[in-house]
Design a protein around this ligand. Structure first.
Ligand SMILES: *[C@@H]1O[C@H](CO)[C@@H](O)[C@H](O)[C@H]1NC(C)=O
Ligand SMILES: *[C@@H]1O[C@H](CO)[C@@H](O)[C@H](O)[C@H]1NC(C)=O
Ligand SMILES: *[C@@H]1O[C@H](CO)[C@@H](O)[C@H](O)[C@H]1NC(C)=O
Ligand SMILES: CC(=O)N[C@H]1CO[C@H](CO)[C@@H](O)[C@@H]1O
Length: 141
């Protein structure tokens, strides 16, 4: 529904529709569930996203000390994962800037790939603030 609305809006205004969306905790839960994140992992994923991007689909990190930068809901790094602005190709085959819009299909696909290679440990926001800590209660979602 959101993307249909977005397409109509884009057509009417002849602009691209790259709105920032900040999900509520329960919206995020449902968005992730729809995109094949296992239900028993959702407390970890929600905690991860809350600490990486504050659930903001347009979150963009400052440039890190090693010159890399993190993009979108999952703060995906351009060193290895998205196609960095200096012409190198990332493993997810997605342009970093496309991880900043409110279409999170590409973000989720890339997060699945990162997880399949490195697990939750790939995310500092998770290792620092979620690993072994109390996780969000999603039972009311
Ligand atoms: C979401 O992130 C963008 C980019 O950093 C920022 O401009 C915007 O203010 C943020 N939205 C909220 C509600 O924090
Ligand atoms: C660069 O720094 C960021 C943030 O500190 C980190 O997430 C990333 O793994 C680092 N990449 C490399 C190649 O060191
Ligand atoms: C692009 O960035 C990568 C990773 O930071 C670096 O290894 C590479 O040398 C850079 N390439 C260019 C053309 O700047
Ligand atoms: C700084 C920050 O956003 N911390 C959040 C980390 O995740 C937990 C659980 O989701 C939240 O309660 C914190 O607010």
């Amino acid at each position: 529904m959101r993307s249909l609305y977005c397409s109509l809006l884009a057509l009417m205004t002849l602009t691209s529709c790259a709105r920032a969306v900040v999900f509520t905790r329960c919206e995020l839960y449902h968005e992730l569930l729809q995109r094949d994140f296992p239900e028993d992992q959702l407390p970890d994923w929600v905690c991860l996203v809350e600490n990486e991007s504050a659930r903001n689909t347009s979150a963009l990190s400052p440039i890190n000390t090693n010159g890399s930068q993190d993009f979108g809901l999952f703060q995906i790094n351009n060193r290895y994962w998205c196609d960095s602005w200096n012409g190198t190709e990332g493993s997810c085959h997605v342009a970093c800037k496309d991880l900043l819009d409110d279409d999170i299909d590409d973000d989720c696909a890339c997060a699945h790939l990162i997880f399949s290679r490195q697990g939750f440990d790939a995310w500092h926001g998770w290792t620092k603030r979620c690993k072994g800590k109390p996780l969000p209660d999603l039972s009311h979602c």
